[in-house]
Design a protein around this ligand. Structure first.
Ligand code: GLV
Ligand code: MG
Length: 318
């Protein structure tokens, strides 16, 4: 993970920034993160007015421990700079991250990083506190994933955007996140998922999967979430409160995995304190690489509210 503090993002709830009722209701949804949207969920005629609604919703509070993010419009639009300036000037102290959509290269991130820095300076906000999450959702963005992931110390996550990605590639499906009918090659998103995951991890970032739009298809959502969780993704966007529990579950470690991670961390401290880099734990070799894997699983378990049920037993001398 990055040097920035670990934030749990098992679920990120999309909330249209133009809808006061949804902005109100989202506070009670048990998602780890919310993003108040100024981009594709908001009609062009409502974009300017939504900035104030979003800033007010942030300032009013009531978001509990959720990560509070705003998705601004992309850098190729005429809305982007005012989205950033107006929301951060009005409510920057109540904002944890800006989600930048349609990132097609590192200069998009550099632009946002500089602009955030200017607003922070002008308003007395702590420099660099507001994080960036970059949506990779077109062919150019995927091809530049490594450069994007390295473009700013503010970056905390790369987010795959299946809807725009499907459009960018010309995939023959109109259902966001679902496999294109007729494709016989396995998972049509495998390459994009892995490309983004590798770029994210190479730069210490989280990797987050995008939305699954078929709200009633809970089994499809569950399969989709389980599959990306298995390869290492940290979480997934949700577009409706009924999607939250199933996705939170898929991205939480089970009790046994969590217990093992905590025990492994304790064992690793114990042995490294005695000058040993590699040691045996319950018949398995553990070393620095296993400690890193355990740190991720332990952080996820703690964020999911799990409590440990076992402890490391140091070997009895003799
Ligand atoms: C999300 O923004 C997507 O394009 O899927
Ligand atoms: Mg998109």
């Amino acid at each position: 993970m990055s040097a920035r503090a670990f934030r749990s993002r098992r679920t990120t709830l999309a909330v249209p920034g133009s809808n006061p009722r949804f902005l109100q209701k989202a506070r009670d949804v048990p998602a780890d993160e919310v993003f108040l949207d100024l981009e594709d969920a908001v009609a062009p005629s409502a974009k300017a007015g939504s900035r104030q609604l979003v800033a007010d919703a942030l300032k009013e509070g009531g978001w509990g421990a959720k990560v509070r993010a705003v998705r601004v419009n992309g850098t190729s639009t005429g809305w982007a700079y005012r989205d950033v300036v107006e929301v951060v000037e009005r409510a920057g102290e109540c904002l944890d991250a800006v989600v930048l959509p349609k990132v097609s290269g590192p200069r998009d991130i550099t632009w946002l990083d500089l602009l955030l820095g200017q607003v922070e300076l002008a308003t007395g906000l702590p420099p660099g506190r507001i994080a960036i999450e970059a949506q990779i959702e077109d062919a150019a963005g995927l091809a530049s994933a490594d450069d994007i992931a390295a473009a700013s110390p503010r970056l905390e996550a790369l987010v795959f955007g299946p809807a725009d990605f499907m459009a960018s590639l010309g995939m023959r499906s109109l259902t966001v996140g679902a496999q294109p009918g007729g494709y016989t090659g396995g998972d049509a998103f495998h390459y994009a998922h892995m490309r983004i995951l590798v770029a994210a991890r190479a730069n210490g970032l989280q990797a987050i999967d995008g939305p699954y739009a078929a709200i009633q298809d809970v089994a499809g959502l569950q399969r989709n979430a389980a599959s990306v969780a298995a390869v290492g993704y940290d979480g997934k966007w949700v577009v409706h409160p009924i999607q939250v529990d199933v996705v939170n579950r898929e991205f939480s470690p089970g009790q046994a995995e969590y217990d093992r991670a905590e025990v492994l961390l304790e064992a690793s401290d114990y042995y490294s304190g005695r000058g040993l880099g590699a040691a045996m734990l319950d018949g398995e070799m553990i070393d620095e690489a296993s400690r890193k894997m355990a740190m991720v699983a332990a952080a996820r378990g703690r964020a999911a509210g799990l409590s440990r049920t076992t402890r490391f037993e140091p070997p009895v001398p003799g």
